[in-house]
Design a protein around this ligand. Structure first.
Ligand code: AMP
Ligand code: MG
Length: 297
């Protein structure tokens, strides 16, 4: 039995939770849709711990939660349509997929290395207070194991991930109880990538134009096939080569201790979470260089 990690959202506990987020720990908190499992987006190790706790595949990107609309242009590429949508529908169950700014490579893992980033503002006082006090965007997928039912009470989180989180903030039962509607705003045409708590008609009424629904998961930009293509190195990729097989002109991405000098070592101590945190940055570096080689870990 794990210890009970559920805390009332008092000023003291919120301050403690914000410190936990800042220092790279995981905090579960209520939102308008479901309970989230939160981490500091700029801390790749903390983000990797989310994937590990949820047993979520690394190619499935996370949504960043922010507390102030004015922060949006600092974080992602925006235009007047984006800002108008934000002012109208936020805080609420609507997530935007927007183009990333190039200046923040530390969020590679949260974005699964895509050139776009998902962001939203949740409509829940506890979530907003936590994000504000943490001073960073908080990535927060639902606080449950991958492919299991999303949690709508603190007790659900305690039951499934209680031993994986530092704190669970109590916020009552979530009002909406289904995931957010996700819209792609990277192109001219607004497209729903995932149906959720906000209706298509509400978007169409506000925009005064048709909103498409992209319901074929195979064409989603987050699909693993496309992700692999996104990362396709210019030269061949060799996986699980032995150290002795690495050729002089190859880019050697190692894991664990190696005799041979590696171009990048994902985790010298053989820690899978640390390796996950470094994986996308390693791909980006190697992509423009030589062949990538993984040593069998
Ligand atoms: P959730 O599991 O509710 O946190 O939502 C995460 C989902 O948001 C992912 O499974 C994707 O479907 C979607 N998503 C997150 N980031 C992106 C992105 N950059 N591009 C497209 N979809 C995204
Ligand atoms: Mg989910």
């Amino acid at each position: 039995m794990s210890i009970n990690n559920v805390y009332q959202p008092t000023a003291e506990n919120l301050a403690r939770a914000a410190e936990a987020i800042k220092s790279g720990k995981l905090v579960s908190f209520p939102t308008d849709t479901v309970y989230g499992l939160g981490a500091n987006v700029y801390n790749a190790q903390a983000v990797a711990n989310i994937f590990k706790a949820k047993e979520r595949p690394l190619f499935d990107p996370l949504i960043s939660h922010i507390a102030e609309i004015d922060f949006l242009p600092e974080y992602v590429e925006t235009d007047s349509r984006v800002m108008d949508l934000a002012r109208h529908f936020w805080p609420g169950p609507l997530t935007f997929v927007l183009k990333r700014k190039d200046n923040n490579p530390s969020i590679d893992l949260a974005c699964a290395g895509l050139g776009s980033l998902a962001v939203r503002m949740p409509n829940h006082p506890v979530a907003l207070a936590l994000i504000k006090q943490s001073g960073v965007p908080i990535v927060a997928p639902s606080a449950n194991k991958f492919k299991t039912v999303s949690p709508t009470t603190a007790q659900h989180v305690q039951d499934s991930l209680g031993d994986k989180v530092d704190m669970i903030l109590e916020g009552g039962a979530c009002k909406i109880g289904v995931e957010t509607t996700i819209i792609d705003l990277t192109g001219k045409q607004v497209t729903i990538l995932r149906a959720g708590g906000l209706a298509r008609e509400d978007l169409e009424d506000f925009l005064g134009e048709k909103v498409l629904i992209n319901d074929t998961s195979s064409s989603r930009p987050t699909a693993p096939g496309q992700l692999l293509k996104h990362y396709a190195p210019k030269l061949p990729l060799r996986i699980n080569v032995e150290e002795k097989d690495v050729k002089e002109d190859e880019f050697f991405i190692a894991f664990g201790t190696t005799k041979r000098q590696a171009n990048i070592n994902l985790s010298k101590k053989g820690d899978l979470c640390e390796a996950a945190a470094n994986l996308f940055a390693a791909f980006v570096r190697s992509r423009s260089q030589f062949v990538c080689c993984f040593k069998r870990g």
